[in-house]
Ligand binder design. Sequence first.
Ligand SMILES: Nc1ncnc2c1ncn2[C@@H]1O[C@H](COS(=O)(=O)NC(=O)[C@@H](N)CS)[C@@H](O)[C@H]1O
Ligand SMILES: [Zn+2]
Length: 483
Amino acid sequence: MPAERKRWSQEFSRWFDWVLEEAEIYDYGRYPVKGMGIWMPYGYQIRRRVVELIRDVLDEKGHEEVLFPLLIPETLLRKESEHIRGFEGEVYWVTHGGTEPLDIKLALRPTSETSITYMESFWIKSYKQLPRKFYQIVSIFRYETKATRPLIRLREVTTFKEAHTVHVDFEDADRQVAEAIELYKRIFDELGIPYVISRRPEWDKFAGAIYTVAFDTVMPDGRTLQIGTAHHLGQNFTIPFEVRIQLPDESLDYAWQTSYGLSDRVVATVIAIHGDDRGAVLPPIVAPIQVVVVPIPARDEEQRKRLQDYIGEVEEKLRRLGVRYRIDDREDVRPGRKFYEWEARGVPVRIEVGPREAETRTLVLARRDTLEKTTISIDELEKKLPELLEDIARSLRERAWNWLQSKVKRVETVEEARCVIEEERGIVELPWCGREECGLRLEESIDAGVLGSPLERPEWVRGKQCPVCGQPAVTSIRLAKKY
Ligand SMILES: Nc1ncnc2c1ncn2[C@@H]1O[C@H](COS(=O)(=O)NC(=O)[C@@H](N)CS)[C@@H](O)[C@H]1O
Ligand SMILES: [Zn+2]
C-alpha cells in the first residue's frame, strides 16, 4: 500500500469521520438519536447513483420492486421462532397511537421476511407463478448494541436493499442464491470494491436461514466488514405463514425462499476503500461530478476575455460528451483551495485552464486517483477524457484488489494465525476439519471471528490436518477481526 496511505490506516475511523464531514457526504453524531445520521446533498447524490446501479442490476434479472409497510405487528414477527430469537434484542417497537396504547405492539421492520411472506400467502398459489423475485430499498431499524458508526453500523439503515424470492423447490432456491452472488459480484465490481465470498458457519448464519453466503471486504484498518449477504431460507417462513403452492402433479407443498441484502455499507466501502489522505476518490460511475473545471485567473482584461471564451469551448465539449461536470468559476476562492475541496469530494478528473492554456489551446488534466497531471490539446479532449475516466475506474479496482489480496494470508498453525491477526489484521485462512467445536476453539485462541469457508472446496487443504484436532481437513476456515 502506498506509504502515505499507511498513515490514515492507523486512525481509519477518524479519517472516515473527517471525509464524511469535509466532503459534506453524511452528517453523523449530531442528530439526537444514536446510530442515525443525515445524507447531505453531495452524499445523497453518491447514494442515488449507487441505488441506481443496484436497481439496474436487479431489474435486468427479473426482480420486481415493491414497497411494504414499515410496521410489522408482533404477531407476524414472532411466527418464525429462529427469526424472532435472532432479532428479539434488536427490534424497535411502536406501542402507542397518540395517547392510546396499541393492543398489538408494532415493530419497525428489522428486515421484511415476515411481512412479505405473510402477503405471499395470499398472492402465491401455484408453481406456475414461480420463481417470483421481489425487492425493496427502504429504511430498516435495528437497535444495534455494538458500537454504531456512520454508514457502517447504523440503527436506522437508510439504504437497505432487501430482495425476497419464492421458488418451487430447494434446488431452484439454491440456484437463486447463486444468482444473487453473481448480481452482487457485478455491483461490487462496477464500484471496484474487492470481496471474499464465504459460506457463514452454522453458528453465525442469518436468523431463520438454512445457510448464509456473505461478501466481506477488508477495510483500511485491516478489519473486515460484511458488505452483502444471501440466505437460503428453505421453508422456514412459508410453513408458519402457510404459503402453499400447487405443484405440477397437483399435490400441495410449501414454497421455498431466499433473501439477500445490501445496505449503506456499499457507499461506506466506496469511500473507505478508494479514499486517500486528501479525501474520497470516487469511481466515475457514482461520482456526482466527474469533471471539475478550475480556471486559473488571468492577469489582465484582454487575457480574461480570451480565457472566458476558451472555457466556453471546453464547457461545450463536456456538455456534448455527456459527462457530469462543474465549472468552478467562484471569484472569491483561490485555485489551490478549489483543488483541495474537489479532491476531498473525490471528483475523478480536474481540468485546469489558465491564460497559458488559452494561449496554447491546451488543457491540464489532473486525475484524482494517482494525482498525475497531463497536458493535452483541447482537440484531444473527446478521445482522452472517456479513456481517462475508464482508466481511473480500472486502476481503482486493481489497486483495491491488490490491497485485499495482500491482506488474505494462508497459514497452517494457530500460532501463525494469531501472529498475522495480531500484527497485520486482515483475513487468515487455515485448514479445517469442518467441526463447530474446532471453529469455536480457533475463534477463542486467535481472538478473531470466523467468516466461514470458501464455497468450493479449496485444493490447498488436501492432505492437511485441522490445526485444532488433527483430523483431516475437508475445507478451510477464514478468521478476521470484524466490524
Ligand atoms: N446495522 C447495520 N448498519 C449497516 N448495514 C447493516 C447493518 N446490519 C446489517 N447491515 C448490512 O445489511 C446486510 C443484510 O443484512 S442481513 O441481516 O445480513 N440480511 C438480512 O437482513 C436478510 N433479510 C437479507 S435482506 C448485511 O450483509 C450488512 O451488509
Ligand atoms: Zn478439527
